[in-house]
Ligand binder design. Structure first.
Ligand code: IPE
Ligand code: IPE
Ligand code: MG
Length: 246
C-alpha cells in the first residue's frame, strides 16, 4: 500500500511501502552537541533542537501507524557529562512530559519509560508516573523512551530479578520477560544518526536480529525524508534469521 499524499514534496515517501512498515523502529538520538557546536551554540541548544525533532518524528510515526517507536534519550553513561548539561536534558524532558500529559489521550499515544528511574529527580518521576497512569487506559502507538537506560544494566537487572524470585528456569523467554522491554517486540530497525557506528549500550539483547541504518545526519537535522530513506533501506533487506532463503 502506498500513500501518495505523503510524497508530495519528493520527501522520499514514494520509496516506502506503507503497508509493510517495520513494526518497531528504535532510534539513537545522537549528534545534538555537534549540531550546536557547528552553530556556535551551547550544547543545551542542540538538546532543545533534538527534542523538537523527537516531537516531529514521533508524531509522524503515529500518523503512519507505526506500532512502536523506541528512542534512546539518556544512557547510564550520560551521567558523566557536566551537571549543567544533564540538568538541561532533564529540564527538556520534564517540559516534554508536561505537554505529553495534556495531549497523549487525545492522540492515543502510550508512553513507556525503559531504564532505572530511581536516580531521577522526584519531579520527573512524578511526571513519569502520571504518563504511565494515562497510558494504561490507551491502546494506540507506543513510544518508549530509554532514560537512564543501559543494555548491560538491563540484563543485570533482569537476572537479579530472576534470582530474587527464585526462578530456576533460566532461558531466553524468562530473561526477556524481565527486561525493561518485556512484552514489546524486538526492534526491526535501529537507526543511528550522527555518523557514529556503534550501539553505545542500546538494546543489546533485543538487537540480535535487528536491521541497522546509519546516517551522518545529526539528530536535530533528522527529518521525515531521512526516516523514509531508513525505512526504504530496511524494506530492501533480506531478513534470514540464520535460515536460508526459500
Ligand atoms: C545525543 O546527542 C543526546 C544525548 C546523549 C543525551 P549528544 O549530546 O551525544 O551529541 P554529540 O554526540 O555530542 O554530538
Ligand atoms: C548514546 O549517545 C546515548 C544517547 C543518544 C542517549 P552518546 O553520545 O552518549 O554515545 P557515545 O558516547 O558517542 O558512544
Ligand atoms: Mg553523542
Amino acid at each position: 500500500m502506498r500513500f501518495p499524499f505523503f510524497g508530495k514534496k519528493d520527501d522520499g515517501a514514494g520509496q516506502v511501502d506503507f503497508g509493510h512498515l517495520p513494526r518497531h523502529i528504535a532510534v539513537i538520538m545522537d549528534g545534538n552537541g555537534r549540531w550546536a557546536r557547528r552553530r556556535g551554540l551551547p550544547r543545551s541548544a542542540g538538546h532543545k533542537a533534538g527534542a523538537e525533532t523527537f516531537r516531529t518524528i514521533a508524531t509522524y510515526c503515529r500518523e503512519i501507524g507505526l506500532d512502536y517507536l523506541t528512542v534512546y534519550a539518556f544512557s547510564t553513561e550520560n551521567w558523566k557529562r557536566p551537571p549543567e548539561e544533564v540538568e538541561a536534558i532533564m529540564d527538556l524532558l520534564a517540559r516534554y512530559l508536561q505537554e505529553a500529559i495534556e495531549t497523549m489521550a487525545r492522540d492515543n499515544v502510550r508512553l513507556k519509560f525503559l531504564g532505572d528511574m530511581t536516580p531521577l529527580r522526584p519531579d520527573l518521576r512524578a511526571l513519569i508516573d502520571e504518563t504511565n497512569r494515562i497510558s494504561a487506559g490507551l491502546d494506540g502507538c507506543q513510544a518508549n523512551i530509554c532514560l537512564n537506560y543501559g543494555g548491560r544494566d538491563e540484563i543485570v537487572h533482569a537476572v537479579s530479578e530472576l534470582v530474587r524470585l527464585g526462578e530456576t528456569d533460566i532461558n531466553e523467554d524468562t530473561i526477556a520477560a524481565h527486561l525493561y522491554t518485556a512484552g514489546i517486540p524486538d526492534p526491526d530497525l535501529i537507526i543511528r544518526p550522527s555518523g557514529e557506528l556503534r550501539l553505545s549500550n542500546f538494546l543489546l539483547w533485543q538487537c540480535a536480529y535487528s536491521e541497522f541504518y546509519f546516517t551522518n545526519v545529526l539528530w536535530p537535522d533528522f527529518s521525515k525524508e531521512e526516516l523514509h530513506r531508513a525505512i526504504a533501506a530496511y524494506q530492501q533487506r533480506d531478513r534470514r534469521y540464520g535460515g536460508v532463503k526459500k
